[in-house]
Design a protein around this ligand. Structure first.
Ligand code: UTP
Length: 297
């Protein structure tokens, strides 16, 4: 079956203030989780989901993102000349070629909010629903977008958002779904989203995280929307406005999500990867984060 979700939008134009000064000259989306930038994980996830067109909504000061994403023939030639042909092949494999890959870069000149960034992609999307991936939400394990796209084909709702259970005291950090109680497999039917509610008024503990599959009518809702919280055009406001018309579902993904927009979340993701890679086990032992294999035996 051909996937109805052909376009992925990557909003990467934000200021990344929580990571200053690291993000003064380096875009947040290029911060590495050990050796792989956040944006690369999101691209790999979209490719696994069978996305045809990738649209990056960036900012002129963040041109390093384009340099990372696109092929660099000069760098590859230099690596080959220095006897590193495998490294050159690996880089080519992971990057896009302007002649053969369907990649668009467009600019959001002022960071007017996530919803506004998504709206900036409007003129470039292929027909049908679109996927939106926030690269600073790193989801490891099973590819989240591929799971969502597969479920979307069975789902009656036009808007689908990735959802995970959070502790009641953490509801104020997320958009929280108002659920109807009906659940089918990993899908939860919802009739609203409340932005960052305190625990006493939160309608549930199902938090929305940075993966969305959205009905194409989202662009009309975004275009006709006034600024919301923080004076920004909020994506959740536009999703809420479409619920009566197209429906909303949460999707409980199988992987594990790391909030790499925060320093603690980034550290957790790095420690998780280090724990699973024998190359770093000595380092973890030095810091008492892992028992030495000799002691464990
Ligand atoms: P965040 O709110 O996490 O990113 O947006 P931020 O604003 O860059 O970071 P902080 O909070 O100041 O540290 C999630 C994603 O949406 C993009 C960001 O680049 C990030 O990938 N974004 C956000 C935009 O593209 N435009 C915006 O106006 C806002």
């Amino acid at each position: 079956m051909i996937s109805p979700v052909r376009t992925a939008i990557f909003p990467v134009a934000g200021l990344g203030t929580r990571f200053l000064p690291a993000t003064k000259a380096t875009p947040k989306e290029l911060l590495p989780v050990i050796d792989t930038p956040l944006i690369q994980y999101a691209i790999d996830e979209a490719q696994e989901a069978g996305i045809e067109r990738m649209i990056f909504v960036s900012h002129p000061s963040k041109s390093a993102i384009e340099r990372h994403v696109m092929d660099d023939a000069k760098l590859r030639a230099d690596l080959k000349a220095r006897g590193k042909p495998q490294l050159a092949r690996d880089l080519q494999e992971a990057s896009f070629c302007p002649q053969t890959d369907d990649v668009v870069f467009t600019m959001q000149h002022d960071p007017l909010g996530l919803g506004h960034a998504v709206l900036c992609a409007r003129d470039f999307v292929l027909p049908g629903p679109v996927a939106v991936l926030l690269p600073d939400d790193l989801i490891l394990g099973q590819g989240c977008l591929a799971e969502m796209v597969a479920a979307y084909q069975e789902c009656a709702a036009g808007h689908m958002v990735a959802a995970m259970q959070v502790r009641p005291e953490d509801t104020r950090k997320y958009g929280i779904l108002s659920t109807t109680g009906r659940q089918a497999g990993q899908m939860i039917k919802a009739d609203g989203i409340v932005e960052k509610p305190s625990p006493d008024v939160a309608p549930s503990c199902e938090a929305v995280v940075g993966r969305y599959v959205l009905d194409a009518s989202i662009f009309d809702d975004l275009a006709n929307q006034d600024p919301g919280a923080g004076g920004e055009i909020q994506l959740t406001d536009a999703i809420s406005r479409g619920i009566d018309r197209v429906g909303l579902a949460g999707f409980r993904f199988s992987g594990h999500r790391y909030d790499c927009g925060s320093k603690a979340g980034m550290l957790r993701a790095i420690l998780h990867l280090a724990t699973h890679d024998p190359e770093y086990h000595d380092v973890l032992e030095e810091h008492g984060l892992r028992q030495s294999s000799a002691k464990a035996a």
